[in-house]
Structures are given as C-alpha cells and as structure tokens.
Design a protein around this ligand. Structure first.
Ligand SMILES: Cc1cc2nc3c(=O)[nH]c(=O)nc-3n(C[C@H](O)[C@H](O)[C@H](O)COP(=O)(O)O)c2cc1C
Length: 222
C-alpha cells in the first residue's frame, strides 16, 4: 500500500477486535516511531496491551470499544504542529501495516494512561491503535476552494493533488480550520481559530507533502 493509498483508506476507527499486534508488526511501527523521535525531538511512545486508558469514563462516552493499544505523543509546550506532522506519519505507516487508528485529544482517561514524560514534557495527545471491527467510513469535507487559494493564475495539478490529500486529513471534530495559499512556488499553511488546530495543521501538512509527490515547492516560514 502506497502512502497515497493509505491516505484514502484511513478513517477514524474506535471499535477494535481482540487480534493482538504481533512482535514483527510492533517492531516495524517502533522503527518509524524511533525515526520520528530522532528527527523531531518528540518523545512518542508505543503502548501495547494496556486497557486502562480506554477502559472507562470519557472513552465510553467517546464510543470507544476494546482499545488496548495506543501511541502516546509526549512533547513540550509549542510542539503541537510537530506532534501532528510526525503523529500522522506514524498513523499512515500503521495503515500500511493493516492497522486502524483514531487521534484522541479528549475522549480517553488521561489519568490512567501509561507513558513517560521527562522534565518540561507533557502528554499532548494519543492515537488509539489496533485492528478495527470495521475500516471506518468516509466523512464529508469542506470543498477545496474553502481550504486553499492560488494567488496567481490556474491551480497547478500537483497543488490540486496535494489539496485532495489535505481534504482527507483527520482534524479534531472534522473542523478543517486551515488555509493553504500558493504563491509562486511557496506554500503558506496557516491555522484558523479552532481547538487543537495546530495539531490539525501538522497532520494536514504531512498529507500535503505526500499528495504533492515530487513537485518542487517550499513552505513559507512564519
Ligand atoms: C487533533 C485531533 C483530536 C481528536 N480528538 C478526538 C477525540 O477526543 N475523540 C474522538 O472520538 N475522536 C477524536 N478525533 C478524531 C476526529 O473526530 C476525526 O478525525 C474526524 O471526525 C474526521 O474523521 P476521519 O478521521 O474518519 O477522517 C480527533 C482528531 C484530531 C485530528
């Protein structure tokens, strides 16, 4: 499964089967996590066979069932966009390995979650992980023209394909509070007001890069 296929196939899944993640699959995922930690300075952890975080309270309210694995994204204040970008890299690799996921900011039991946070670090968000009872389902997206603009001329094909990938990116409560602007070969990606919208932006930027393929562009720095 290519990354582009993984983007199309991925949907949030909240109900899981009893199938255990075997050692080889866990090791592959751990490799990706290690690489993401090296590049980002985040402290992302794979937590397997731990039923407590999704066993009570908000998790039930949030419609979760049988979730025994998750990825704990631990980072520092201000790391939100990075958490989204690198977390989504792991989500799409999990999809390629046949696993299902759901980003979860609120509907889990944070007090019971297992993770290590060093000085100055905190649990930013988790990603529920396992074999889904279903593959989840397609959900509506805002139209492309509400999510992007091109300052000069026609929209190039590579930018359109990047935006198709952005439209498939998960966002908190499906809010899609961002705007991508193409100016020459520079792309500005900015958040609009919303909860967790910086994490959303990091996720969407990773999708954009995958969708853009080998087209040349550069991100506009803040
Ligand atoms: C930053 C972030 C936080 C989220 N928090 C929760 C949550 O607390 N509970 C939950 O059930 N889903 C949560 N989600 C999942 C979104 O509801 C879901 O991604 C969105 O509705 C789009 O659906 P899709 O992932 O199937 O494309 C979150 C997603 C993101 C990106």
């Amino acid at each position: 499964m290519t990354l582009r296929e993984a983007i199309v196939e991925r949907h949030s899944v909240r109900k899981f089967t009893d199938k255990v993640i075997d050692e080889a699959t866990a090791a592959e995922l751990q490799n990706t996590i290690d690489e993401c930690n090296r590049k980002s300075g985040l402290n992302i952890q794979l937590v397997l066979n731990e039923p407590e975080a999704f066993g009570s309270g908000m998790a039930k309210y949030g419609n979760f069932e049988n979730c025994k694995n998750y990825i704990a994204i631990v980072g520092k204040k201000g790391d939100d966009e990075k958490c989204g970008y690198y977390g989504e890299k792991i989500v799409l690799h999990a999809q390629q390995l046949g696993l299902n996921t759901c980003w979860v900011a609120l509907t889990f039991n944070k007090a019971k979650a297992t993770y290590v946070a060093n000085d100055g670090e905190k649990l930013m968000i988790v990603i529920a992980l396992g074999y889904g009872q279903t593959q989840g389902k397609t959900r509506p997206s805002k139209p492309m023209d509400e999510l992007c603009k091109v300052t000069n001329g026609e929209m190039p094909d590579w930018f359109k394909s990047a935006m198709v990938a952005v439209m498939l990116a998960p966002t908190a409560v499906n809010q899609q509070k961002f705007l991508f602007t193409l100016n020459g070969n520079e792309v500005e990606a900015k958040t609009l007001f919303g909860f967790y919208s910086k994490i959303d932006l990091g996720i969407a930027k990773y999708h954009f890069e995958v969708g853009a393929g080998d087209a040349y562009f550069k991100w506009k720095e803040d």
